[in-house]
Write a new protein. Structure first.
Length: 396
């Protein structure tokens, strides 16, 4: 397709009456009106694939189209171009295709196993109750600061073998990376380079040491691949679970009857967590790049084009989910795409689900009257890709 045709399609679709402009929605997102983006999704699903000249990207909103982009790595590559001077975070699972991706994932799965995750359950539970013990007599807390943030960061830091005194730095760097701060990325990468160097000389019983020792067909992770995998695990394990927990409280506040049902039927909690992931997905958007010309929806997309898939929109697609704009606490089945699909399905999904279950179980048991402070002004993370609040004052 000629570039002029692409631009023409862009103008035709971007000026549909009643569709809020993307830049305005980002302003809402960084303030208190994130749900404006959900309304935008509903409008955009009427035009599920179009070119956005401002972002220089094809925008994809429909469930089946998003699922196809995730599944068809031969057409939609994860090897997104990076700035020429960037080397860190370019050799990770997130930005590779087979056969390199297959090799990296196989090495990672050798050491980051379901059994390793399951063994963490007692420690996760203990951390959760220790944190609740500090605030339970106060009758109030900042749910993000006092619980949703520290649990995942402590757990993933202990898995990796990060010293206790360095965890605050990692939270700051992690937050910076999701808002595209190159300084935060550099700081985290340098830290891991130093720590990996220490573990090469003196291995310990931690994931970094196991990654250094892992082999796959005689192949080992390179120094850069080790750094990048640690960054992916730290940022993904922290941000995804932290926002899953905060978004669960947002859902329960919006649908108090669901919270009441969970108190009486705690066995529904795993289904409720899946519905939180669908209804308020922690990750809202991801990118791919076309390798060959392909048709998606009613559009022909040339090779070498960036494609932005909107998971948050796909997970509210009325053609896939009944009552898509409603939080249904016991929805089953629930084939959401919050963790992606295909070969890039989130490696940390079992960890996020387990942490979500254990933390919310403790909240149901110990804080049954929890509610968001009605005087609180919620501010969302300033990113179009991540959905979560910076802080969440609650009363109980």
């Amino acid at each position: 397709m000629e570039e002029a045709t692409v631009q023409q399609n862009s103008q035709r679709l971007e000026t549909k009456p009643g569709a809020p402009q993307f830049d305005n929605l980002l302003a809402w997102h960084t303030g208190q009106l994130f749900d404006g983006l959900f309304a935008w999704y509903a409008e955009m699903r009427r035009h599920p694939v179009f070119y956005d000249s401002g972002r220089e990207s094809w925008m994809v909103f429909g469930y089946q189209d998003v699922k196809r982009v995730f599944s068809d790595w031969q057409t939609f590559s994860s090897r997104i171009p990076h700035p020429p001077d960037q080397t860190d975070f370019t050799q990770s699972l997130n930005f590779t295709d087979p056969p390199k991706h297959r090799s990296l994932r196989s090495l990672a799965q050798q050491v980051f196993t379901p059994h390793r995750v399951e063994k963490l359950a007692p420690r996760m539970t203990a951390i959760t109750h220790e944190l609740l013990d500090r605030v339970v007599e106060q009758g109030q807390m900042d749910f993000m600061h006092d619980l949703a943030t520290p649990v995942p960061i402590i757990v993933i830091a202990e898995i990796l073998g990060i010293p206790l005194e360095d965890r605050e730095d990692f939270k700051r760097w992690s937050d910076g990376i999701v808002t595209f701060d190159p300084t935060a990325l550099q700081a985290m990468a340098d830290y891991f380079r130093d720590l990996i160097g220490q573990r090469r000389g003196k291995p310990r019983n931690d994931l970094i040491s196991d990654l250094i020792a892992a082999h796959e067909g005689g192949e080992k992770l390179t120094a850069q691949e080790l750094v990048d995998f640690c960054i992916v695990l730290l940022v993904g394990g922290n941000e995804t679970t932290t926002n899953l927990l905060g978004n669960a409280i947002l859902c329960f506040n919006e649908y108090p009857q669901a919270f009441e049902q969970l108190k009486h039927e705690p066995s529904l909690l795993p289904l409720a967590i899946e519905e939180v992931l669908r209804y308020r997905s922690s990750i809202q958007a991801m990118q791919r790049m076309t390798i060959t010309e392909t048709q998606l929806g009613n559009q022909m997309i040339p090779p070498g084009q960036i494609v932005t898939v909107w998971l948050g929109a796909a997970n509210r697609d009325e053609t896939q989910f009944e009552q898509a704009e409603t939080f249904v606490v016991d929805r089953n089945p629930n084939p959401h795409l919050a963790f992606g699909n295909g070969i890039h399905f989130c490696l940390g999904a079992p960890l996020a689900r387990l942490e979500g279950k254990l933390v919310l179980q403790a909240v149901l048991e110990r804080l049954p009257n929890l509610q968001i402070d009605p005087t609180a002004a919620l501010e969302f993370i300033p990113s179009s890709d991540i959905h979560g609040v910076k802080s969440l004052p609650v009363l109980f």
